[in-house]
Ligand binder design. Structure first.
Ligand code: SF4
Ligand code: SF4
Length: 115
């Protein structure tokens, strides 16, 4: 998932000069990262994304979000693992919740349809 430039960008042009792949473009005065060219700096000389590392706003260059729930589980699992030592707490909670919700839904549909 490529990096992107957010509305916090102050057009300092730093990312433009440090990007090893030339992925940062300026279009109509707005900075933009071409996802076809951005490699997340993986495989380059650098070990961290140069645009993010140098951005003076700290949030001008950010990694694009993946799947919403994937990120959600990753964040909360990480927090909970610190507290409980259970690494998959939220997945198990979500599976249990989904199962119960599905059962209730089927029961309700059965009542409505008179099954
Ligand atoms: S380094 Fe950050 S503030 Fe500067 S042009 Fe890039 S995104 Fe904008
Ligand atoms: S992550 Fe690396 S390759 Fe991608 S735009 Fe930023 S500096 Fe360029």
């Amino acid at each position: 998932m490529a990096y992107k430039i957010t509305s916090q960008c102050i057009s300092c042009n730093l990312c433009l000069s440090v990007c090893p792949t030339g992925a940062v473009k300026v279009i109509d005065g707005n900075h933009w990262i071409d996802p076809e060219l951005c490699t997340n700096c993986v495989g380059s000389f650098y070990t961290v994304p140069q645009c993010k590392a140098g951005c003076p706003t700290c949030n001008g260059c950010v990694k694009q979000k993946g799947d919403y729930w994937e990120d959600w589980f990753a964040n909360y699992n990480h927090s909970l693992a610190k507290l409980t030592n259970k690494k998959d707490y939220w997945e198990r909670w979500f599976e249990y919740y989904s199962q119960k919700f599905s059962e209730q839904l089927q029961k309700r549909q059965g009542e409505v349809l008179g099954i």
